[in-house]
Ligand binder design. Structure first.
Ligand code: HEM
Length: 506
């Protein structure tokens, strides 16, 4: 009996403590809510609000059916632009309200962080600008930032070199080719050259070659990311030998290259080599600030992860829609013809207004980062979305996740009109009948606030350059895939069916 009394008091105390803490938290939360005039947003219907098993099941089925993004659009249409739900005990607030998104990403930037991103992505890319928070992140971003100045990205020789490798792989007889696959290799080649000073050489690489192994491993590891994102810190408990092996292959390539480069660099310094610096690349620039080879690798892989698939996704979706809109292709060609067949300069890229409209429209309808999220570090408030009018402030308790569907935001009828779902580059033209479109925080393919994409100009330069060169070389881009567009969702968005086209030379 005495034994049971002792056991009960030992177990009872922590339980009592937990219940007490929960009551106190409820009390302080409701004080905070009334102090800020917060009212609850609509709740997404779910069978129970603890595990959210039905939502988890629906989510998994939608991923399989490649309908997650459209599913988000439907949920928002039926529940509200801001709504809440619970999954595995986590309070999730989904919003496509531009004011709320701006609050999270900019006005109250310091009240949020990336949550468990490091547990999901860390084994592949380590700690770098894309996986860190706070002062550590700010320092990393400041070190990287100068690499993306206009001066560094306006030299287009590198893009021409990798484009010419792509061209060599394109059939000239209008036979069917999947451009998406080729764009993924091209952007891997250009990004590795921009970052490491040496391209991995994925385009045209033979099966089993070093480049092929690197690309296969990098792609495999990235495709694991959505699942790893969902697991967060639980990744530490779930062994994944294939993922770990893929990370090792990626690290081995980067380590070998960085090690050799550091040796050559130290040797050159000792010899006081007068060899001219021939080209610019990130590694060389940041190595003055960062000496640890592992940290150099992590920084480079962070940027590679952020920049390669996103740009490939933009190009793949651009050609996917161009193949289905011959009128837009023809109009683009007329604009590109003003360059009279010469290789474009950086200034040319900026002067082609219709091209800019086309890329904006692709980024609107197919944002390469279609969903994003932030974790609240403290109790905080979203300015709108609660109560019967859905305009009252919304309470965000510490530890909640605020999710934004950029895909759904970019389809809002009150921002883009009743034809929001249609591909219409003209809507971006300065002389558009509806007036120039100024969606502000309603158009954020590159995010916004202090963590806005550092590679935006690099990506637009590479995409614009590639589209112009394709316009100069091909008369027609014929669609060879007549089904509707479907999502290809990994860490980023591409076309679920690839970009199967036939290219007719000029
Ligand atoms: C069309 C192409 C691209 C799109 C749509 C895009 C979009 C984005 C978005 C939405 C973010 C914010 C992610 C977040 O909040 O977690 C981001 C961050 C970032 N992007 Fe891009 N990106 C593109 C291309 C690039 C390229 C080419 C590079 C570099 C070569 C790059 C480098 C980065 C980096 C380093 C970050 C992290 C910034 C930080 O956290 O401070 N991106 N990008």
């Amino acid at each position: 009996m005495a034994f049971f009394t002792i056991l009960l008091s030992l177990c009872g105390l922590p339980t009592l403590y937990l219940v007490g803490a929960l009551i106190l938290r409820k009390f302080s939360d409701s004080r905070f809510k009334s102090l800020h005039g917060c009212l609850d947003p609509p709740a997404l219907p779910q069978r129970e609000r603890i595990i959210g098993l039905d939502l988890l099941k629906d989510g998994a089925a939608a991923v399989k059916a490649k309908t997650s993004l459209e599913g988000a659009v439907r949920r928002i249409a039926s529940t509200g632009n801001t709504f809440s739900n619970t999954v595995v005990g986590l309070n999730i607030i989904t919003t496509i309200d531009p004011t709320n998104i701006q609050t999270v990403l900019a006005h109250k930037f310091n009240e949020y962080d990336l949550g468990g991103r490091i547990y999901a992505w860390g084994p592949l890319v380590g700690k770098g600008v894309f996986t860190s928070d706070g002062p550590e992140w700010a320092h990393r971003r400041a070190v990287l930032r100068p690499n993306f100045n206009r001066q560094q990205i306006s030299s287009l020789d590198m893009f021409e070199r990798h484009f010419s490798h792509l061209l060599a792989l394109l059939p000239q007889d209008a036979s069917t080719i999947d451009l998406q696959k080729l764009f993924f290799s091209m952007t891997l080649d250009s990004a590795t050259e921009f970052l490491f000073g040496q391209s991995v050489g994925a385009q045209g690489a033979g099966q089993g070659s070093e480049a092929d192994r690197f690309q296969t491993a990098f792609d495999y590891a990235q495709h694991q990311m959505p699942d790893r994102n969902r697991l967060g810190i639980m990744n530490l408990l779930v062994p994944n030998a294939k993922f770990n092996a893929a990370c090792k292959v990626v690290h081995a390539w980067a380590d070998t290259y960085i090690e050799q480069w550091l040796k050559d660099r130290n040797h050159d310094k000792k010899e006081n080599s007068s060899s001219e610096a021939t080209k610019y690349f990130c590694l060389e620039q940041i190595a003055d600030e960062i000496q640890d080879p592992k940290q150099l690798r992590d920084e480079m892989l962070n940027v590679l992860l952020a920049g390669r698939d996103t740009t490939a996704g933009l190009l793949s979706n651009t050609f996917h829609v161009l193949s289905r809109h011959p009128d837009v292709w023809t109009k683009l060609k007329v604009e590109v013809d003003t360059l009279q067949g010469k290789l474009p300069t950086y200034e040319d890229l900026k002067s082609l207004k219709y091209l800019k409209c086309v890329l904006n429209e692709v980024l609107r309808l197919y944002p390469p980062v279609p969903t994003n999220a932030r974790y609240s570090k403290v109790n905080t408030v979203l300015p709108t979305g609660g109560g019967p009018t859905r305009t009252s402030p919304v309470f965000v308790s510490a530890g909640s996740i605020v999710v934004f569907s950029i895909y759904a935001l970019h389809r809002r009828h009150d921002i883009y009109g009743p034809t929001a779902e249609a591909f219409n580059p003209e809507r971006w033209a300065a002389d558009s009948p509806d007036g120039p479109l100024r969606p502000g925080w309603g158009f954020i393919p590159f995010s916004g606030g202090p963590r806005i994409c550092v590679g935006q100009q690099y990506a637009l330069t590479e995409a614009s350059y590639t589209v112009i060169r394709m316009c100069q070389i091909f008369k027609e881009v014929q669609s060879r895939d007549h089904g509707p567009w479907r999502e290809g969702l990994g860490l980023t968005l591409c076309s679920g069916q690839g970009t199967k086209v036939g290219l007719v030379p000029v």
